[in-house]
Ligand binder design. Structure first.
Ligand SMILES: Nc1ncnc2c1ncn2[C@@H]1O[C@H](COP(=O)(O)OP(=O)(O)O)[C@@H](O)[C@H]1O
Ligand SMILES: [Mg+2]
Length: 328
């Protein structure tokens, strides 16, 4: 096993972002900052405001050249950015161009994983089932409903359940498309999946092996969605570890590992599945998942003996190009 890398001295922690998950990202970044400090390293917390401008998290505005100077004074970055203009490869591209290692996925994985349509196409190509879907590009005329209700309409690149709705009668279809389009870009219309929602989190350790958190089941009432309110008002019911038989767990973990490698992920990624009577169905992939202490991924790793601060330490240590990473 490669030597355990020492925690770098200066860690840039980036939060905020120009998208509908800005506030969630601020909470993730604050938690990562606390963990970096608990590890005895210097945290350099940076916030991207909603208008795209950068500042130090405690308030000082930064010009683009200030940002580059500050980032390049650090040894590694942890970008707790969720959604477009961040998780989608944007921050990975920026950091790689200025030579700062990122404890997270590179451009390609972020760009593929952010787009639910692309992710589905890839998953199907490697034999991981997804639910039937039709893409309605932004601006395209909306034809008749492609599925018999109930079905789901959602933006391809939003998060936090923004713009996601269940269409329960054909006349609800145009409203659902408007709702999805208001949250951004292209729209995906999907057959409704009836099943349990079970998520699996994976990261590649600095020793090159994949580490998997305990599977987590989200308690969602039949026919309903895991909506934004439940995600952030504390009413979400998580079961960690999810109660699964060996065959179910094995199928989920194998699919998550295959997806992690197919997308070319680094750092931690979360793979969200439905468990149906016909087997597993991939819902979506998050290459920069929610990362407060109470978020799913930290709870999944805490359940296998890796508490929050140690998880942050392990993710930083696994950063490719820090010396002992997997070098993907
Ligand atoms: N095809 C589907 N069938 C049933 N429920 C769905 C489907 N797609 C999404 N959902 C529900 O909506 C929630 C949010 O959708 P998701 O695709 O995960 O978007 P987000 O990126 O906003 O989390 C899911 O957690 C699930 O509860
Ligand atoms: Mg989701």
């Amino acid at each position: 096993m490669p030597d355990r890398p020492t925690t770098p001295q200066r860690v840039a922690v980036i939060g905020g972002g120009v998208n509908d998950e800005h506030d969630v990202s601020l909470a993730s970044a604050a938690a990562v900052t606390r963990a970096v400090r608990a590890l005895g390293a210097e945290a350099v917390p940076l916030t991207i405001d909603r208008d795209g401008s950068w500042r130090t998290t405690d308030g000082a505005p930064l010009t683009p050249s200030d940002v580059v100077a500050l980032l390049t004074s650090c040894d590694v970055a942890f970008a707790a950015l969720h959604g477009v203009n961040g998780e989608d490869g944007a921050v990975a591209g920026f950091l790689s161009m200025i030579g700062l290692p990122l404890a997270g996925s590179p451009v390609r994985a972020g760009a593929l994983g952010i787009d639910k349509w692309v992710t589905k196409t890839l998953a199907e190509a490697i034999g991981i089932p997804t639910t039937p879907a039709v893409l309605v590009p932004a601006g395209a005329a909306v034809g008749p409903a492609p599925f018999v209700p109930p079905f789901v309409v959602k933006p391809t690149t939003a998060g936090s359940s923004n713009g996601v709705s269940v269409v329960r009668s054909p006349d609800g279809y145009p409203t659902a498309i408007d709702h999805a389009r208001a949250a951004g870009g292209d729209t995906l219309v999907e057959a409704f999946v009836t099943g349990r929602e079970v998520d699996v989190a994976v990261f590649r350790h600095h020793d090159g092996t994949l580490r998997t958190g305990a599977a987590l089941e989200i308690g969602v009432a039949d026919g309903e969605l895991f909506d934004r309110a439940q995600k952030y008002d504390g009413t979400a019911r998580f079961t960690v570890p999810a109660v699964l038989d060996d065959e179910e767990l094995d199928a989920l973990v194998r699919a998550a590992h295959t997806l992690y490698d197919t997308l070319g992920c680094s750092g931690v990624a979360r793979f969200d599945f439905f468990l149906t009577t016909d087997g597993i169905v991939l819902n979506e992939v998050n290459t920069s998942p929610g990362f407060t202490e109470q978020s799913q991924v930290p709870r999944m790793f805490a359940a296998v003996g890796l508490p929050y601060v140690e998880l942050v330490e392990a993710l930083i240590a696994a950063t490719p190009s820090l010396g002992a990473g997997s070098g993907r």
